[in-house]
Ligand binder design. Structure first.
Ligand code: ARG
Length: 442
């Protein structure tokens, strides 16, 4: 072997040699985004004719007007309104309860988590295309959400940034116990978050963390779309809830507690959870405690419309639909109370109960039930990022954050229904994922 060949081989074997041998890596894309206005939710203001400067996956600057710096590709969104990419704090992105055969029990017996694993990417893509660039997934079979989050992060699939919970934790016979109501001789051999007692719930938290959960979800009380009779009764003792929160926080993970009933809500807040999900029957004491402890409320106020309109046709047991009728209206009235009380409120929809990609339908509900458009938008951007602990990454159009942006036609501050249509433009991490050629000038 001649010396130069040997040398070249040696060089290739050195770390980084491949890059040396090939061309220099492509310079990061530099894009200047212009629109009619930018709703800067973090500072509760509007910037007219903004110019958002993006390098690679991050925002590097935001200015009001001016020319695009030389060397930047200008994307002019014309009369559109630019917003931070939306965040949904409560989704089940690996499943879709609306995609069954219409026979509830047949679906339970014939489908498995493998079916979910195969289709999860479709829901991720739909969610992203709807303008939701970040989601918190609160409960998934078999850690599918962890795998999905990784595949998206590595650029193998299109989807939002996902903060996964892995398995939701809950009591025997409770909201996540899939065996409830079935023959005691029938067993499903899937991974389960069912755990009873202080030691067992601590072990479940550790198991979840071990397998990649970034947030812990547990069922503090009964649910609607499950077979137990109650719609809100506590399903864990105070000691069990305290243990879940203590263990999760020790591992640096925040905790989301499902609770409809007033007592379950109070217990979860006292245990120190970071957010209460649904919070349907929250009472004055619950509101006072939530405010005092800074607990976030994530109330899914769109769901009721969809469940009452579609779930009979989809074959769901009447018992569940009857439970929904007990919850829906009161949850919305309490949402209004919570807004007026000044509680911290995050945008979470329970997507998967209704079809993925319709997440934005909750915005007008939030305004109808007491929020200003700015409050509703903050709940889905800067405020949501705070609950995630991701304020340095997402939720605002600001230098240093990921270039996650959405553009819609019209002005949602003037009319929240501007969000009814699919967004015209979606960018995640500096990559354009949606660009409606008809509506947005090139
Ligand atoms: N996953 C929730 C449950 O089964 C859905 C509740 C939907 N209803 C509502 N009004 N938010 O409990």
């Amino acid at each position: 072997m001649r010396l130069p060949v040997l040398l070249a081989l040696l060089l290739l074997a050195l770390p980084g040699a491949e890059a040396l041998a090939n061309e220099a890596p492509a310079a990061p894309k530099r894009i200047a985004l212009r629109a009619a206005r930018l709703i800067d939710t973090a500072h509760q203001r509007v910037i007219e004719r903004p110019l958002v400067l993006i390098e690679g996956e991050k925002i590097v600057g935001v200015s009001g007007g001016g020319e695009a710096p030389a060397g930047m590709e200008l994307i002019d969104l014309g009369s559109a309104t630019l917003l931070p990419g939306f965040i949904d704090l409560h989704v089940h992105i690996t499943g879709d309860s609306t995609s069954g055969t219409g026979n509830y029990f047949e679906d339970i017996l014939k489908r498995s988590p493998i079916d979910d694993a195969v289709t999860a990417h479709l829901y991720a893509e739909r969610t992203l295309h709807a303008g939701f660039t970040t989601v918190r997934n609160v409960g998934s079979a078999e850690y599918i959400d962890v795998a999905l989050a990784r595949a998206i992060e590595r650029g193998r699939l299109q989807g939002p940034r996902i903060l996964p919970s892995g398995l939701a934790i809950g009591a025997t016979g409770g909201h996540i116990d899939g065996n409830t109501g079935f023959s005691p001789y029938l067993e499903f051999h899937n991974a389960t978050g069912v755990a009873d007692g202080v030691e067992a719930v601590r072990a479940k938290v550790r198991d979840n963390v071990k397998h990649g959960a970034e947030v812990i979800k547990f069922m503090a009380g009964a649910g609607v779309l499950s077979a137990e009779a109650s719609v809100g009764a506590p399903q864990y003792t105070q000691e069990e809830m305290n243990a879940i929160v203590d263990e999760s926080h020790r591992w640096g993970k925040r905790v989301a507690a499902h609770a409809h009933g007033a007592e379950a809500i109070r217990m979860a807040i006292l245990a120190g959870v970071d957010s209460v999900e649904h919070a349907s029957f929250i009472d004055d004491e619950g509101l006072r405690l939530a405010k005092q402890k800074g607990t976030w409320l994530v109330m899914d106020v769109y769901n009721d419309d969809y469940i009452l309109a579609e779930y009979s046709r989809l074959g769901f047991p009447q018992q569940m639909i009857d439970k929904e009728k007990l919850v829906g209206r009161t949850q919305r009235e309490n949402f209004r109370k919570a807004v007026h009380a000044g509680a911290r409120m995050g945008f979470g929809t329970d997507a998967g109960v209704y079809p993925h990609g319709d997440n934005r339908k909750q915005f007008p509900k939030m305004v109808e039930w007491g929020m200003t458009p700015m409050q509703a938008l903050r709940a889905a951007t800067s405020d949501a990022a705070e609950l995630l602990g991701w304020s340095d990454k997402v939720g605002a159009v600001e230098a240093g954050r990921y270039a996650d942006l959405v553009a819609v036609s019209g002005d949602p501050l003037a009319d929240i229904h501007a969000l009814d249509a699919q967004p015209l433009f979606v960018m995640k991490g500096g990559e354009v994922v949606v660009r409606d050629a008809k509506a947005v000038a090139p």
